[in-house]
Design a protein around this ligand. Structure first.
Ligand code: EPZ
Length: 416
C-alpha cells in the first residue's frame, strides 16, 4: 500500500492548474450510453475513479479511446447491460449507468453499491424515480434488475436532495416518452455540466441548476463534444492548503463563480483572494481565524469541503464548530487529526475544534477521499514528518496531487 511522507512547515507559493471535475466527468462518461454516436470529451481528469468508470463502460461494449485528457466514447455496440459488484463496490458512482441503460435498452442489472466509510449511501431515490417512470425493478442477490418497454415521463419529487439521484433520473428522462419534472432536484454545478452535455447530444432539458428540472423525452440522442468543467473541490482544497500553510497561490483553469460559499469562508479565515476570469489568487500571511461551517446542498457549503476546513481549524486562532448534515459518518478524519495533536470534540454530527499553535507530525491513515485531503493539509502544517497510509483513497479524486503540491513548494513524496 502506498504512503505519502510530508515534512511540514513550508508555505505554498506559485501557480497550479485545476483539473476537470471528477463529479462531472463520472456522470458524463455514463451519458455516452444514451447514444450510438461518438461522444468526444475534453478536460477529463486522470483519476482512479475515472479509470474504473472507463473499465466498467468498456466491459459493457463501449469503445473508448483516450489521448491525454481527451476521451472519445462510442456505445454503438453494447453487448452487456450489467454493472458487476466487483466494480461497483470500488466506485459507488457506477450506479450512474442504471438510468442510461434502462432508458436506451429497456433493461439493466446493476449491483447495489455497498455502503462506504462516510455512510450507508442508499440508492432508494434512484430506484423510486425509475419505478415512477414505469420501470419494473426487482432487487435480488444484491443486484438491481430493471426492465421496461419504454420509460414514461413522470413528475418526481425527491424526498431529499440527491446529486447522483438527480443525474441518474435526468439521463433516464432524456429518452422517455413524454415530459419528466424533477422537483427538489440537486443544484450542484456538476448537474448543470451534465445537462449541458446532454443538451449538446440533443436532449431537451430546462431548469438545470435550479431545484426543478424539466426534461422532454426524445426518440434518439446524437454524438457531441463537451469539455468537462473545472473541479471546484480540488480548487477549494488547494485554497484551504494555502490558507493553512500561508503563502501566495494562483489557481488557473478554475471557476470562482461556483465557489462563493467556500471563498466567503476563506475570507472569514482572514485570507485575501482575487479573481480574474479563470484564475483565483489567494494570499495568507498570518495565522488563520477559526471558521464555523455547516454542510448543506449547493449553493450552501459543500460537504466535500468539510474535512479540509476542519484541518484549517485545527491550527486556527479560536474555536469553531463544524456541522455535517449530509452524511452520517463523515468525521473519520477526526481520530487521525487527534493523533497529530488536534483538539476536537465530537457530539453527533457536530465537531468543536479548538485551534492549537501547532500540530506534531505522526503516522496516520486515510479513510476516504476528502478525509485524505484533510490529512494532507494537516501534514503540510504539522511540525516534522507526517506519513499518511492508504492513500489510494486520495488517488481516486485528486490528479497527481503530490506533483502539484511539490510544484507549490511542499516537501511531499510518495513512498512505494
Ligand atoms: C455525490 O454523491 C458526490 N459523488 C459526493 O462526492 C458528494 O459528497 C455528494 O454528492 C453530496 O454532495 C458524486 O457526484 C460521484 P447524494 P451522492 O445522493 O450523489 C442520501 C466525493 O468526495 N440519499 O447527494 O451519492 C445519502 O445517503 C464524493 O467526491 C438517500 O438517502 O450523494 C446522503 O445522506 C463523496 N437515498 C444524501 O442523500 C438516495 O437514493 C445526499 O447524497 C440517494 C441519496
Amino acid at each position: 500500500m502506498q504512503k505519502l511522507a510530508i515534512q511540514g512547515g513550508n508555505c505554498l507559493n506559485g501557480e497550479v492548474r485545476i483539473s476537470g471535475a471528477k463529479n462531472a466527468a463520472l456522470p458524463i462518461l455514463c451519458a455516452s450510453l444514451l447514444s450510438g454516436d461518438s461522444l468526444q470529451l475534453a478536460n477529463v481528469p486522470d483519476l482512479n475513479d475515472v479509470a474504473t468508470m472507463r473499465k466498467l463502460l468498456q466491459q459493457m461494449g463501449v469503445a473508448i479511446a483516450v489521448n491525454g485528457d481527451q476521451v472519445a466514447l462510442s456505445a454503438a455496440h453494447i453487448d452487456k447491460l450489467e454493472a458487476p459488484y466487483d466494480m461497483v463496490k470500488t466506485m459507488r458512482a457506477a450506479i450512474l449507468v442504471l438510468g442510461p441503460l434502462v432508458a436506451r435498452f429497456g433493461e439493466a442489472r446493476v449491483s447495489l453499491p455497498g455502503g462506504c466509510a462516510i455512510g450507508s449511501r442508499p440508492v432508494n431515490l434512484h430506484i423510486k424515480g425509475l419505478q415512477a417512470m414505469g420501470a419494473e425493478i426487482h432487487i435480488e442477490h444484491g443486484y438491481i434488475h430493471a426492465q421496461t418497454k419504454r420509460l414514461k415521463g413522470a413528475h418526481i419529487c425527491f424526498d431529499l436532495v440527491s446529486v447522483t439521484g438527480t443525474e441518474n433520473l435526468m439521463m433516464a428522462a432524456t429518452l422517455a416518452d413524454g415530459v419528466t419534472v424533477l422537483e427538489n432536484a440537486a443544484r450542484e454545478p456538476e448537474v448543470v455540466d451534465l445537462a449541458h452535455c446532454l443538451i449538446a447530444m440533443g436532449a431537451k432539458i430546462e431548469g438545470a441548476g435550479s431545484d426543478t428540472i424539466t426534461i422532454t423525452g426524445v426518440e434518439k440522442l446524437h454524438g457531441a463534444s463537451h469539455r468537462v468543467m473545472p473541479d471546484r473541490i480540488e480548487s477549494g482544497t488547494f485554497l484551504v492548503a494555502a490558507a493553512a500553510t500561508g503563502g501566495n497561490i494562483t489557481l488557473t483553469d478554475a471557476r470562482a463563480d461556483i465557489l462563493d460559499n467556500v471563498l466567503e469562508k476563506l475570507h472569514e479565515a482572514s485570507t485575501t483572494t482575487w479573481v480574474e476570469g479563470g484564475t483565483i489568487n489567494l494570499q495568507m500571511s498570518k495565522r488563520p481565524k477559526a471558521v464555523n461551517v455547516r454542510t448543506s446542498p449547493y449553493p450552501a457549503f459543500p460537504t466535500d469541503m468539510q474535512a479540509q476546513f476542519m484541518a484549517l481549524n485545527t491550527i486556527a486562532e479560536g474555536s469553531a464548530m463544524v456541522v455535517e448534515t449530509i452524511f452520517e459518518n463523515r468525521f473519520m478524519h477526526v481520530q487521525e487529526l487527534r493523533r497529530l495533536g488536534a483538539q476536537i470534540d465530537v457530539e453527533g454530527n457536530t465537531a468543536v475544534i479548538k485551534g492549537c499553535a501547532q500540530l506534531d507530525g505522526a503516522t496516520i491513515m486515510a479513510t476516504d477521499l476528502r478525509a485524505s485531503a484533510c490529512l494532507v493539509i494537516a501534514g503540510l502544517v504539522a511540525q516534522g514528518e507526517t506519513v499518511i497510509d492508504r492513500i489510494y483513497h486520495l488517488d481516486r479524486g485528486y490528479e497527481h496531487i503530490e506533483a502539484k503540491l511539490s510544484a507549490l513548494g511542499a516537501n511531499i513524496r510518495r513512498l512505494k
